[in-house]
Design a protein around this ligand. Sequence first.
Ligand SMILES: Cc1ncc(COP(=O)(O)O)c(C=O)c1O
Length: 394
Amino acid sequence: MDKTKFLENHLVRRHGTNCYKWDDLESKFGDKDLISMWVADMDFKTSEHVVSALMERISQGVFGYSNAPAEYWRIFSDWMETRHHFLLRKEWVRFSTGCVTGIAWAVNAFTNPGDACLILTPVYYPFHNVVTNNKRKLVKVDLTYHAGHFSMDFQAIEKAVIENDVKMFIQCSPHNPAGRVWTEEELEAVLEICKRHNVLVVSDEIHQDITMKGHPFIPAAAVRKGAYAEIVITLNSASKTFNLASLPHSHIIITNEALMKQYDDFASALNRTEINVLAVAATMAAYQHGGEWLDNALEIIGDNYDYLKYTLNAEAPDIATCALEGTYLAFLDMRKCVETGHLREFIQDRCRLAVDYGEWFGENWAGFVRLNLATDPAYVRQAVRNIVGELKRI
Ligand SMILES: Cc1ncc(COP(=O)(O)O)c(C=O)c1O
């Protein structure tokens, strides 16, 4: 399908649908008339294959306790193999009701209150809350940042691991909001540190499918042919990829048998880990037939990013637009052109944009903003025009 046709068929005005993104502008930002570019979901309808599968399942009219069908495993493992060269086995997988829930369960299954958990900041804000809300000690190491590019500071990571006796590293891969798809070398280096110091790794890979050309994603459990799989707990889901966040359903993948036993002992105390039949139907249809939809969505996101980057580089060169290797979330460093204390006023009151602010992801990242690009190209153009125009007036 060409891009214009994709947009005609899938762009949707979500106002009045109880969505966080548009309908919560007033409660979240105090202004309902902003262009909404915060929260990570899409303004695209999901694949028509997903919609048909849901309709068909709904037409059965019975929603009693259910299992995932045998085909689920074939379809999910085919996706992981063809898209990510990862050979999955059914016995490695458990379900959870979302990746953040998966992190919370892993924290509870594998660490004790007071144990130290490491995150690399700036990072998706629930990573911070899950650790502190579960009464674990939060250890933060900043990513290294230079001119729009983020990388890991391995020395600082190892030092923090040793000094705090870290038990768990909660990793974001691909990284929200840094936009990085970690290379195999980077993943190997951080996993090696974890292995050396007996640190378990929870790898949140919810953005695994949203990568730009030339930036292949590698699951942490597949690094160096699985050399670190025994210390990795992987979390993934079709929800970010296919815009299904309100059908909570995700995977917890554990290849190490002893860890899986520990997880199952923990999970048995939770009692309810049944599947949601609609989420299962949607996930199967998405992984089986959604490839073309995803490829189209990625092209629109890539075009939106290119427009943003090239226009800002030309018209507002003091803004550093971070490289977008993965995710659909662009991170802009505005520190050279707007005083950080006035950034919210600039972005919201003058540019009329609702965005995620850098400090939400870590206190040292004020002055950055994150813009959601899985949206109408017209909104991206308007946002860029507003930023460039208002900068000229400062
Ligand atoms: C890295 C990351 N993990 C998890 C989530 C949310 O996942 P879920 O809705 O499955 O809890 C997001 C949403 O933006 C995310 O960016």
